[in-house]
Design a protein around this ligand. Structure first.
Ligand SMILES: Cc1cc2nc3c(=O)[nH]c(=O)nc-3n(C[C@H](O)[C@H](O)[C@H](O)COP(=O)(O)OP(=O)(O)OC[C@H]3O[C@@H](n4cnc5c(N)ncnc54)[C@H](O)[C@@H]3O)c2cc1C
Length: 499
């Protein structure tokens, strides 16, 4: 079919994060494919500036975000456009070569390739904004003069007028508002998605739970200590009382150190960590940060006091589309979650790829594709959010038992792979292993049901106490450590156990 005879579909993509940009790039790539039956006229809207227009120096100096692991689920999605991966994304991050576990000042090191099948390992660490910038740079270079692509940065999606299939947007600089009509609206606008609100308003059978990850955390970007390898990830269990930490390598001689505390233990934190005075924090760090010597304690402390405690959200939805409104949601808009298993962006990128693949399979029949997208992705998104939260326990004793279970199971699985099933933790992010497969296994092994029941109880009890529904209990979950890092540590220990 020649392009002049093809019908045009106006697609509005709300949100130019990893999911939104990759989805836009894939739809524009689809326009060039011989079997495409329609033309996607894509408008990409984002409230922030276009990171693709910034130089790498500007990004590094002023727009660093959090470091994240790009696993096969995400890498393979980006590779759907080979140029995008080869010329823009490759080389943006750090390929992991070393895993370190610090127990106090004692360091245990494991080479990534020593015992592990690296073809199945999440080993690429990159700043979230660097990935976004790389994707955006590709779209700018490839499609700026494409008449079927419009970029609207510094513009927020305010409201979905679904009855008239149009979106109200506002430029954050000029405050000018306008309606953009759509045939298909793709909500990639993150955890506080405006597009998702339309599904809530329009469908009484759409259920959506927005909560948070029950953690408070702070992250700093500091000069890499001499002792740390430029390609090493370091786990810092119990770095301070009730706190877990992780140090992820960055480009430019830096390291991103994140430290978190479960919400119910925040009050028990050492007071110095709550101080606004960087000198107090710096002194505390010098005395208590045992893992390795920091290059500049004051710099770390200034960054620490210069930010509030961060939280991040969780989203569970029972479907990701509306055929009535021609809307689909993906990425964090559909399934934001705790970073504990490092799969949020990977799943967001995979959503975009699956949506493109379904359109291709269905010869661009959007009506047919929307329910199929929900069918394929709702189980993945919900498995993602549930695994990330409930593979770990807010009760320290139960968490310790689960870590032991993981060590023993990992060891036995290595010895007798046909007799003993692998631990679900070890399967996350592997190529060809869906998150719903991991969830299914974790459920059959009674890990998820057991830990979820405990986690829900602890959160509920915290809420009851906080609001005054119940009086403070005498018994506390002291020392309950609860973060992903403990369990990741266990994987490392398990790997270190020589057969
Ligand atoms: C500390 C931390 C560590 C993480 N580590 C990992 C990891 O190791 N591995 C991993 O895979 N994932 C990780 N994640 C998760 C990952 O960052 C997210 O899952 C991923 O960024 C989701 O991509 P997205 O495109 O769906 O949404 P987002 O990245 O949230 O992007 C949404 C975009 O929408 C825009 N937007 C929002 N509202 C509007 C609006 N109304 N109008 C217009 N634009 C709007 C925003 O400006 C933003 O650009 C981590 C997250 C955190 C917080």
């Amino acid at each position: 079919m020649s392009s002049s005879t093809k019908e045009i579909r106006k697609v509005v993509v709300s949100g130019a994060g990893p999911a939104g940009i990759l989805c836009s790039a894939l739809l524009l790539a689809r326009n060039e494919e011989e079997d495409a039956t329609i033309i996607y006229d894509v408008t990409l809207v984002d409230g922030r500036q276009d990171f693709g227009a910034l130089s790498k120096e500007e990004l590094s100096e002023s727009f660093r975000s959090w470091m994240l692991g790009l696993a096969n689920h995400g890498m393979d999605s980006i590779r759907e456009i080979p140029d995008l991966y080869n010329n823009y994304v490759k080389g943006e991050g750090v390929e992991l070569e070393e895993l370190n576990l610090y127990l106090g000042s004692k360091k245990i090191t494991q080479g990534v390739a020593d015992d592990i099948d690296t073809s199945n390992l999440d080993a690429f660490i990159v700043d979230r904004n660097f990935i976004v910038a790389a994707l955006a740079r590709y779209v700018r270079d490839t499609h700026t003069s494409n008449k079927y692509y419009t970029a609207m940065y510094d513009t927020t999606c305010q409201y979905v007028d679904y009855e008239n299939k149009q979106v109200l947007v506002r430029n954050v600089q000029t405050k000018k508002e306008e309606y953009i009509p759509y045939d298909l609206l793709i909500g990639c606008d993150g955890v506080r998605s405006v597009v998702r609100e339309a599904l809530i308003k329009c469908h009484s059978d759409f259920t959506c739970k927005v909560s948070d990850i029950f953690q408070e955390f702070k992250a700093v970007h500091v000069d890499r200590p001499k002792e740390l390898s430029a390609k090493g990830m370091s786990l810092l269990p119990n770095i301070f009382k009730n706190c877990q930490g992780i140090a992820l390598p960055e480009t430019g001689g830096k390291v991103n150190i994140s430290i978190g505390v479960p919400r119910n233990l925040y009050e028990e934190l050492d007071e110095e960590l709550k101080s606004d005075d960087y000198k107090v924090v710096s002194k505390y760090l010098k005395e208590n940060f045992k893992a390795f010597e920091l290059v500049d304690y004051d710099d770390y402390a200034k960054q620490w006091v210069g930010q509030r405690w961060n939280q991040t959200g969780m989203v569970h939805c029972n479907k990701y589309h509306s055929s009535k409104m021609n809307i689909v949601i993906m990425g964090d808009a559909a399934h934001a979650t705790s970073p504990s298993i490092g799969m949020g962006m990977n799943t967001a990128l995979r959503d975009a790829r699956v949506f493109y693949q379904l359109l291709k399979k269905n010869k661009d029949d959007i009506e047919k594709t929307l329910p199929q997208f929900s069918e394929e992705r709702v189980k993945e998104g919900n498995s993602l959010s549930s695994l990330a939260f409930n593979l770990y326990c807010l009760d320290s004793k139960m968490q310790t038992m689960e870590v032991l279970h993981m060590i023993i199971r990992t060891f036995l699985h290595k010895k007798f792979p046909k007799l003993v099933t692998n631990h679900p933790q070890n399967m996350i992010g592997m190529r060809d292993v869906a998150l719903s497969d991991v969830y299914d296994l974790a459920t059959r092994l009674n890990i998820i049901p057991k830990l979820r029941a405990r986690n829900e109880l602890i959160q509920h009890q915290y809420f009851e106490k906080l609001t005054g529904m119940t009086k403070p209990e005498k018994k506390k979950y002291t020392g309950a450590i609860i973060s992903a890092f403990v369990a990741i540590s266990a994987v490392m220990i398990a790997l270190i156990v020589k057969e």
